[in-house]
Design a protein around this ligand. Structure first.
Ligand SMILES: Nc1ncnc2c1ncn2[C@@H]1O[C@H](COP(=O)(O)OP(=O)(O)O)[C@@H](O)[C@H]1O
Ligand SMILES: [Mg+2]
Length: 262
């Protein structure tokens, strides 16, 4: 993992088929996609189109039927599980629709979970980073609150801080705003965008919400297990809207309806 690469994710001809023969479900039918360093990318598509399956494969949580996958320049599909978990821990962060916090642990301890031995780490350099991240997501007053005492929006912000603790190059976010109301969704997206810029972390964010996709540099559009060739948006990583501005960008800058096949 010493190789420098401009791409944090390179997926080539990813095929995923569940089952065999007549009962086989062809979920991904040859998906190729790259995400550059620091890029902020949306993965849109209707429910059942294969977004979660693709994110699981990109995150090395699921093995594809065929295809190639490089994370930060290194091929990962042939790695044994122990090496894979190291790749995940060092280079990738995950945010899911459901926060998956440990309710009985504090916000600070939850952020430190990937570091492990959470309690004893709270004073070390990771503890300082965890406090900084919780401050960045607006929760500096909630460090020692148990997760069970936080609101849904607050829990998801803890989950974002947890995803960033190891300074990953890429965060895979699967419908991160799926359980949030409009206001909390907008706030979370603005926050992800800011963190991406500040930390230089690339994001690949699945959503079926157009206004969420509009906040990204680029849109990958999945239909029935295939990525449409259209990739809309600005071409330069992090050169697009900040996510802090109007939610209705210039009409020709993000033709999301077109990318969504409407
Ligand atoms: N483990 C599995 N076994 C069989 N089919 C699956 C499995 N996981 C997902 N699928 C199917 O793959 C398709 C795509 O699912 P998914 O990746 O969750 O789509 P999305 O996230 O876009 O809603 C769906 O038809 C789903 O039923
Ligand atoms: Mg899904």
């Amino acid at each position: 993992m010493t190789e420098r690469s401009t791409s944090v994710l390179e997926a080539t001809e990813i095929v995923k088929t569940f089952g065999e023969g007549e009962s086989a479900t062809h979920v991904l039918r040859g998906v190729s996609a790259t995400v550059a360093r620091g890029e902020f990318v949306a993965l849109v598509g209707p429910s059942g189109s294969g977004k979660s399956t693709f994110l699981s494969i990109a995150g090395t949580l699921l093995t594809p039927t065929s295809g190639a996958l490089r994370i930060v320049g290194s091929s990962v599909l042939d790695l044994p599980e122990k090496a894979l978990s190291r790749v995940r821990n060092r280079h990738l962060g995950f945010v899911f629709q459901f926060h998956h916090l440990l309710e009985e642990f504090t916000a600070l301890e939850n952020v430190l979970m990937p570091v492990y031995g959470a309690r004893s780490w709270t004073r070390g350099p990771f503890g300082d980073r965890a406090r900084m991240l919780l401050d960045r997501v607006g929760l500096s007053q909630r460090l020692s609150f148990r997760a069970s005492k936080l609101s849904g929006g607050q829990k998801q912000r803890v989950a974002v801080a947890r995803a960033l603790i190891m300074k990953p190059e890429l965060i895979l976010a699967d419908e991160p705003t799926g359980n949030l109301d409009r206001e909390n969704s907008n706030e979370l997206m603005a926050l992800l965008r800011e963190l991406s810029l500040d930390e230089g972390t690339a994001f690949l964010i699945s959503t079926h919400d157009e206004s969420i996709a509009q906040r990204c540099d680029r849109i990958l559009s999945m239909v029935d297990g295939t990525l449409l060739g259209v990739e809309k948006g600005t071409s330069s990583p992090n050169g697009g809207p900040t996510g802090r501005e109007s939610s209705s960008p210039a009409p020709d800058s993000f033709p999301v309806g077109q990318a969504l096949g409407r």
